[in-house]
Design a protein around this ligand. Structure first.
Ligand SMILES: [Zn+2]
Length: 742
């Protein structure tokens, strides 16, 4: 499945979307991170937790040391929006002094006094950025947005100030180039390489004039990213289709009606129904509404976000972003922004990413033709006098699902209780990794919806970490789902355990009633939990290399992999229980769910890949002036995009790509990771099945526990004994396996 989820790193805001589209991602320089909040995680290097706070600032809770057992917890209950600016300023100042101490040291540069010493810096700054990211993505509002607009370019400038510190870079370079490096441990050598390449990639080797220009570009980009995401958010909040009469609700199930009624009431239109301009509102409406005219209206609002020719139109912003990115890549000595972005990924080059996408594109489009033919046949039989259009796709595909597989999504939903499935995930984590989850009370949270669990080792009772869960949609919280690490596991200066969170946007039920979610939402729940388990399993020394701080096109592998445990009979029989009868999914329904596993994969793959291909081509285009609308139209035409589908994220609303650098030239990552996912799950099915302990142990040892201490391709090989080819991916999606696939 293609996800829109993101994993956020410390100090950054992430996006949500089909795996990413929300707040902003950060570009990470090793020490300071810049960025606004965005979708998607950046493979940035986090800063670890709490240093002592300067006494003068102690009254600011963002600067205070975290207190409590196991290294303490964030004092979320004390945070106010007015704390952010002074805390960021004080933390930057403190980090500046820490860096100066290392850079100005009279001692000859060594791993310990330079590379390792940097691991001890930016602790307060990292904490403040963590709070900043959480507020940006879950507690946002006009007052906070003003601070984001002001601080985004300043944080970008601060990141450049550190990577452009010549004395510091000369020390890093000296350690990197020294023959002594060969005597370091493998993890230390990897850390040295990461620091060095991060600095070089951020422009540490440029001359003074070029560095100055880099700084200007990065600050301007930070402002443009903030405007881009605030524009999309405004278009999501301001457009809604108001339904006035019962006849407008034709076809909608009770749950969709109730949600629309609540949305209308929240907009002061009690007694009516509102279809808001977000994915979670749009998708069920297009799936169930039999009012074709209204489907078209809802669809048009949604696909035109950021593209309405008004003050919030993003097209001019996009042209400028692309121009600045192309200029920056040139300054750094790369052919294009895509070449720069992909250098340290698993794919390594845009060409390799493109060839994977192209290999999947052709069979996916062929599958769409079959899906459309099936839908058109049903529409014709019902007497429709039209060709299936993009606003018809979800509606008729539901009818095909019923006709072909006798499967109705509304038949499945009563078995999918959020609380029970959460227990199911915990059980899976116990089987695969020996974890035990226990609820804890009294830990401060930023919103009453948030709950906290302690994670322990089942066998020894050892404390592993904390897991925060923020499940419900609310005003000021970006849409989608994501994972975040509030603190990373490390052993740099004593054992530090991790704190991770999962965030989603389920619609809260009435008090006392169970929250029922869709099958796709249940997959998302497992997906984000996979990111959390990646963080919780971490066993590394240096925080920069910890947990999910891995290459962008590798980070979705553990999360997509976890999705595979949802449909296992062990989970469904024990945890997918009917909310009224308490009975598990009947075997006959389970069989139909499994039989329909690859249903609609043409649509899912094409809507995702169209976005990924346009993203890559935009960033391979070099410094030509780009009109986003024209480029998108021409590119899709040349790809042979089926006219019944639109991109999952059209360019003017593509937060993964334009609300930060995070997933720019990187939306392909979900497909790249999914080749690993599909192949890795076959290691279980080739063995004793989904709960094969031997395979799970190997997975933990080579993948989930190592963070970025080893090259991902090597880590994967040591798990699987071979590289992942494309075959398993094609099987997973139900596409023909190429004859000589590699
Ligand atoms: Zn994800």
């Amino acid at each position: 499945m293609i996800r829109k989820l993101l994993v956020a790193t410390v100090g950054t805001a992430l996006m949500s979307g089909a795996c990413a589209t929300t707040p902003t991602a950060q570009e990470g320089s090793s020490t300071a991170q810049q960025g606004s909040s965005t979708p998607a995680q950046e493979d940035t290097h986090p800063m670890p937790a709490s240093p002592p706070a300067p006494t003068a600032q102690v009254e600011n809770p963002l600067l205070a040391r975290w207190t409590g057992p196991h290294g303490g917890v964030p004092a979320f209950d004390k945070v106010k929006v007015e704390h952010f600016k002074p805390a960021l300023e004080a933390a930057m100042e403190q980090n500046r002094r820490e860096i100066a101490t290392i850079a100005d040291s009279p001692a000859a540069p060594t791993f310990e006094n330079t590379i390792a010493a940097m691991e001890g810096t930016a602790r307060t700054y990292g904490d403040v950025r963590t709070f900043f990211g959480i507020w940006s993505s879950t507690m946002n509002g006009p007052e906070f947005q003003a601070i984001e607009r002001e601080m985004a370019p300043r944080l970008a400038a601060f990141a450049d100030e550190i990577t452009q510190n010549e004395k510091l870079f000369r020390r890093i370079e000296a350690v990197y180039s020294s023959p002594e490096k060969a005597k370091l441990t493998a993890e230390q050598q990897r850390l040295t390489w990461v620091r060095y390449t991060d600095f070089v990639r951020a422009g540490a080797k440029l001359d003074t004039a070029a560095k100055k220009r880099m700084g200007e570009i990065n600050q301007r980009l930070a402002s443009l990213y903030t405007s881009f995401s605030q524009n999309v958010l405004a278009d999501e909040e301001q457009y809604a289709v108001i339904l006035e009469a019962e006849t407008d609700l034709a076809g909608l199930p009770e749950s969709v009606r109730a949600g629309a009624a609540a949305a209308a009431e929240a907009r002061g239109q009690k007694g009516k129904w509102a279809i808001t301009n977000t994915r979670s509102s749009m998708e069920p409406f297009l799936t169930y509404s039999s009012r074709r005219d209204l489907r078209e209206k809802v669809w048009r609002n949604y696909v035109n976000r950021g593209d309405n020719g008004d003050a919030r139109d993003n097209n001019v912003i996009i042209s400028e972003v692309l121009k600045l990115r192309a200029e920056r890549a040139k300054l750094l000595g790369y052919a294009t922004h895509a070449h720069w972005r992909l250098e340290n990924t698993m794919a390594k080059s845009p060409e390799r990413a493109m060839s994977l996408m192209e290999a999947v594109w052709t069979p996916a489009v062929a599958r769409v033709r079959e899906e459309v033919a099936d839908m058109q046949a049903i529409a014709n039989k019902e007497g429709a006098k039209f060709k299936v259009a993009p606003w018809d796709y979800r509606y008729y595909s539901e009818k095909v699902r019923k006709a072909k597989y006798d499967l109705d999504q509304n038949e499945v939903k009563p078995y999918l209780q959020l609380d029970k499935l959460r227990e199911g995930m915990f059980w899976v984590a116990g089987e695969l990794f020996g974890f035990l989850f226990e609820p804890v009370e009294g830990v401060p949270v930023y919103h009453p919806d948030v709950r906290v669990w302690e994670v322990k080792d089942k066998a020894s009772g050892r404390h592993i970490g904390l897991w925060y869960f923020d499940p419900y949609a609310r005003q000021g919280k970006r849409s989608g789902a994501w994972m975040n690490a509030y603190r990373r596991q490390e052993r740099f200066n004593g054992e530090v355990t991790t704190i991770v969170s999962n965030n989603s946007n389920f619609v809260k039920g009435k008090p006392g009633e169970p929250v029922l979610i869709s099958w796709e939402d249940a997959e998302t729940l497992f997906h984000e939990f996979g990111h959390a388990l990646h963080g919780l399993n971490s066993q590394v020394t240096y925080p920069t290399l910890s947990g999910t701080a891995v290459a962008r096109d590798y980070v979705e592998f553990p999360s997509q992999l976890l999705e595979h445990w949802l449909p296992t009979p062990e989970v469904l029989n024990r945890f997918a229980l009917h909310h009224q009868t308490g009975k598990p999914v009947p075997p006959d329904l389970l069989a139909r769910i499994n039989k329909a596993a690859t249903f609609n994969q043409g649509f899912a793959t094409v809507e995702y890949l169209a976005s990924a291909l346009v993203d890559m081509k935009l960033h391979l285009a070099g410094d030509q002036k780009i009109d986003a609308d024209v480029f998108e139209r021409d590119t899709l035409k040349s790809l042979g995009m089926p006219e019944e589908i639109v991109m999952r994220h059209r360019t003017p609303q593509f937060g993964h790509v334009f609300a930060g650098d995070g997933y720019s030239a990187g939306y392909y990552s979900y497909l790249w990771s999914d080749t690993l996912t599909a192949d890795a799950y076959e290691a279980f099915t080739e063995g004793k099945g989904a709960y094969d302990r031997t395979v799970a142990d190997r997975l933990r040892k080579s993948v989930f526990s190592v963070g970025n201490t080893v090259d991902p391709a090597e880590g994967y090989r040591s798990f699987r004994g071979k590289d992942a080819g494309i075959d398993a991916l094609m099987r997973k999606r139900g596409f023909p396996v190429p004859k000589k696939a590699k």
